[in-house]
Design a protein around this ligand. Sequence first.
Ligand code: SAH
Length: 382
Amino acid sequence: MNRKAERRWAAGHPWIFRSDLLERADSPAGAVRVQSAKGRPIGVALWSPKSEISLRMLDRDPLAEIDGAWWHRRIGDAVRRRERVSSVATAYRLVHGEADGCPSLVCDRYGDHVVVQLLSAGIAHFQKEIVDALIDLIDPAGILARNDVPVRTKEGLARTVEALHGQVPREIEVMENGVRYLAAPWDGQKTGAFLDQRENRALAGTVSRGRALDCFSYHGSFALHLARGADSVTALDSSGPALERARANAELNGFGNIDFAEADAFDFLRAAEAAGERYDTVVLDPPAFAKTKQSLPGALRGYKEINLRGMKLLAPGGYLFTASCSFHLSRELFLEMLRDAAADSGRTLALRATTGQPEDHPEILTIPETGYIKGALLQALD
Ligand code: SAH
């Protein structure tokens, strides 16, 4: 690999791009030993012959044997780091890819089941070792591969959903900070639920009161936490099937104070503002508006619009929890967008907390791609 790639690797980033390679391995996808520009052995990496990301670093020890015992150790370390989260939730991420030293591997736990995603040709080569390690460490009733993600195409891999071990039901009941919900491992978003907002949902729950609104609610995850402190909650989503599940989740918890609105959030917020509505608690957790760097300007306009309206809807003293899961929107730009919206809103907003991902989705400082969620808790002082 070239010098530039060597510097990135030395600084703790695990990726080497196709254009940085001086010499390509002539072996099929799997693990390969990596050499510096001068031919010095510098580690072992996953090798993806078809991908733009050719190498993903596994071990800085060039002599490391990437066998079943190696995967067991690596995944076992990640599992042990989840001990604390396992005391507050039965659904959480066991392995967060690059952040846990297992590049392009996602393992999420839903009670007695595990859902995995093998997102590169290199990692797919080690499917058996990974499944064996999970069976030994977790003893799950079933392991499902949610390998239906577009990035697999770039790796020359098929897009499939299949059980790799035991049985996996269509719905799995799980718990998070005292709230119960149904995960949908086979066809839900991501691996069956948005596990990456757990701590933010708990935070929103602690300030929830009065009349609450959860926009972009999906299966009602924020709404369920809001319902504990609020008099009433409106769970809003443009997807009817998503709201059906939100309703089932509300029933599962015996919450009678949630109503459901199938609507476009932009339209709903505009109409609520025009009607002079007020909410004591508002949550905005939209899908990624900026899917690419090029779409950032348009995305910023979208983020600003919903946040501006959310701010205007706040009753005096009311709270807004707002988030973005766009990787391309930096933390700085997110806060700048909120400042812009606050300036236009005519309200005085206190920044009570800035947040990120929960502890089971670690954001590694030297690997920006491991972090994508930004959150802010704002309070209207007037
Ligand atoms: N807050 C959820 C995750 C939200 S995912 C959680 O913590 O689990 C984003 C949701 O936004 C999806 O359910 C999608 O159906 C919905 N959505 C996308 N565009 C929308 C729009 N314009 N108006 C309302 N909902 C929208």
